[in-house]
Design a protein around this ligand. Structure first.
Ligand SMILES: [Zn+2]
Length: 400
């Protein structure tokens, strides 16, 4: 079965040189042919080949599906009351993670699976065709392994985050907990994980502990990403660069040395003028929104040539949104990004943060993950915040 998405008013390809708009590679009056879950052809609507089926985009904008490279979907319970208390003036410390840990350990596999599937479906409806999912609310050997096993049922991008916080029962023995994470917990989790991550932050894991854990993960074939510099300045970003992390996430409090370290990983490539950085800075404005904290300065990163991704950080404590369009709107309004930069970062940028070249882009051979907007241009994603603009999603070529 082939399927032609026809009569596209504005097609964002993320193939620079394919059209206007710099890195977005925008084509006008375009069509996309989909075959066997892949993009088979992209070109002018007037030259479109015949196909078994046809979707009329009616002049609307079509984009690659969003790549949400940072989400925590395996948990139980919610923390609405904590959110309300914060909005009434209490500060965010990250301590509430332990509340979710308790609820997650008490939940059945079926309850966790239902939550993961509900949130995965919610994200897909809003255009997220690729999503990364972390463990990190189990914090025992059994609960981390089952969190990843359940996450792996809905995505290939699974991340072992046993080092999210030190659980209460190890509060006085953090070294012992690090030993558990590096030993039996990693062994149980690794078969279900592609990535390893650490919350490297005051009150969570320091640089020595984070380095030890991430290196153990690398030794068993997991690639590195780091929660870094969210609550204050710290060593996380530079540690991520040192270890060749695909992404350092949050990046809210950066020194010039942090920016220089990220910029030093730049390499030339065909797909983006000015090249990319091996280590991507993933910004999570939903977290600043939900904790009423100062936003990271995306402009500073972009002007230094650092590759920036946008993701939701969907989790019950500090960012309970699965909406990439919401994050795009925040990035434009609050973080100094242009609409074009934010859309690139939410698609191709997320793909870079996951070291993927088959998603976040619409070219022959890429996965047929695309979204049709109820709008004539990608600009509307930031221009019309809070409006459900994703009309239709194709995931692996299948209309949803
Ligand atoms: Zn996170």
């Amino acid at each position: 079965m082939s399927l032609l998405v026809d009569n596209i008013g504005e097609l964002v390809t993320n193939v620079p040189g394919a059209g206007e708009g710099g890195p977005l590679g925008i084509r006008r009056r375009a069509a996309v042919l989909v075959e066997e879950g892949e993009v088979a052809w992209v070109g002018p609507a007037a030259d479109a080949p015949a196909a078994d089926g046809r979707i009329d985009a009616a002049g609307a904008a079509v984009l690659p599906g969003f790549v949400d490279s940072h989400a925590h979907l395996v948990f139980a319970g919610d923390r609405a009351a904590e959110f309300a208390a914060r909005m009434a003036g209490e500060p965010y410390t990250g301590g509430g993670i332990r509340t979710t840990v308790g609820a997650t350990r008490a939940a059945s596999d079926g309850e966790l699976r239902a939550t993961v599937r509900r949130l995965r479906a919610e994200a897909l409806r809003q255009g997220s065709t690729t999503i990364e999912i972390k463990s990190g609310y189990g914090l025992t050997v059994t609960d981390e392994a089952r969190s990843l096993r359940i996450a792996a049922e809905v995505t290939g991008e699974t991340t072992f985050l046993g080092a999210h916080v030190v659980p209460a029962e190890y509060a006085d023995r953090p070294d012992e907990y690090v030993g558990l994470v590096c030993g039996p917990m990693l062994a149980a989790a690794a078969p279900y994980a592609r990535w390893i991550d650490v919350f490297c932050e005051r009150g969570a894991f320091d640089a020595d502990h984070a380095r030890a854990i991430l290196t153990c993960g690398q030794a068993v074939g997991l690639d590195v990403r780091v929660h870094a510099n969210q609550l204050g300045p710290g060593p996380g970003v530079r540690l991520g660069v040192e270890l060749g992390a695909a992404s350092v996430d949050h990046c809210t409090h950066l020194t010039d040395a942090d920016i220089d370290a990220l910029a030093s990983t730049r390499f030339d490539c065909m797909c983006h003028e000015g090249g990319h950085t091996t280590t991507v800075a993933t910004l999570l404005p939903g977290a600043e929104f939900s904790t009423r904290s100062p936003y990271p300065d995306a402009r500073r990163l972009l002007d230094a040539g650092v590759t920036v991704a946008l993701a939701t950080d969907c989790n019950p404590g500090s960012s309970y949104t699965s909406s990439m369009p919401f994050c795009i709107a925040l990035a434009v309004r609050e973080m100094g990004m242009t609409p074009a930069e934010a859309v690139w970062s939410a698609t191709a940028g997320g793909a870079r943060a996951l070291r993927r070249d088959d998603v976040g882009v619409l070219r022959p051979g890429a996965r047929a993950d695309l979204i049709i907007l109820d709008a004539p241009s990608h600009l509307h994603l930031a221009y019309r915040p809070g409006v459900p603009l994703v009309r239709q999603v194709l995931h692996n070529g299948v209309p949803r």
